[in-house]
Ligand binder design. Structure first.
Ligand SMILES: [Mg+2]
Length: 220
């Protein structure tokens, strides 16, 4: 799908798995945290994983899932400190910076729409360099609803007064895209390979982007 960039005013972008490689988050939650938690409990990383992971799955998609303070409490560990310690794996996805630069040149309004916790944003911005490109940063924690809920978009529109018919939203999570579609965002794209260390994923309902430099080249 080629987007009608002339008619697009606002570009909403997800962070983890879209602008940034989801490898960091997958590594952090499935390997780094279980290893540290296992050390603390005197059990193996695999045992720690088996203990933590069912709970992670049970709250996936809720605000708690995305809340660093929640996990610090649950694990009785400094999750933010652990993120800093593992931060060298944070990196932009292919062409992401180039895409942000092209949007800037074309004077599009660039909005980060993320479920990530504010404290996580600081680490990810300083590591990846994406921070300065955004005109506005919308976090689900500020609205009290995750992006999986169409209300996220209602709250955001109350603040930004954007035109959904002239908006594009790119996110690697199709549940999130479904919510944006039911709100009325006109152009929706998913990401074919959110995690550089895993196989590309097929999408049933959405066109997908892999390398953002291709999209960057289409912007007039
Ligand atoms: Mg994502």
């Amino acid at each position: 799908m080629t987007l009608d960039w002339q008619n697009i005013e606002t570009v909403f972008l997800d962070m983890d798995g879209t602008l940034l490689d989801l490898h960091f988050d997958n590594y952090f939650w499935t390997q780094y945290v279980p290893a540290r938690f296992g050390e603390k409990q005197g059990i193996s990383a695999q045992q720690a994983f088996d203990q933590i992971f069912p709970h992670m799955l049970s709250i996936r998609g809720s605000l708690g899932w995305y809340d660093i303070n929640y996990w610090s409490q649950y694990l009785q560990m400094d999750v933010l400190g652990m993120k800093h310690a593992a931060a060298e794996r944070i990196q932009p996805r292919p062409g992401a910076i180039q895409f942000l630069q092209a949007l800037r040149r074309a004077s599009k309004k660039i909005v980060l729409a993320t479920n990530a916790h504010k404290d996580t944003l600081d680490i990810k911005f300083s590591r990846s360099g994406i921070g300065p490109y955004f005109d506005y940063i919308a976090t689900s924690h500020q609205f009290g609803v995750a992006k999986e809920d169409p209300q996220f978009w209602q709250r955001l529109q109350e603040i930004m007064h954007f035109d959904p018919a002239k908006s594009v939203f790119i996110d690697d999570n199709e549940k999130v895209l479904d919510a944006a579609r039911s709100f009325g965002i006109q152009f929706l794209l998913t990401v074919s390979q959110p995690d550089s260390q895993q196989e590309p994923q097929a999408s049933n309902g959405y066109s997908s982007v892999s390398d953002f430099s291709i999209l960057a080249g289409e912007i007039k």
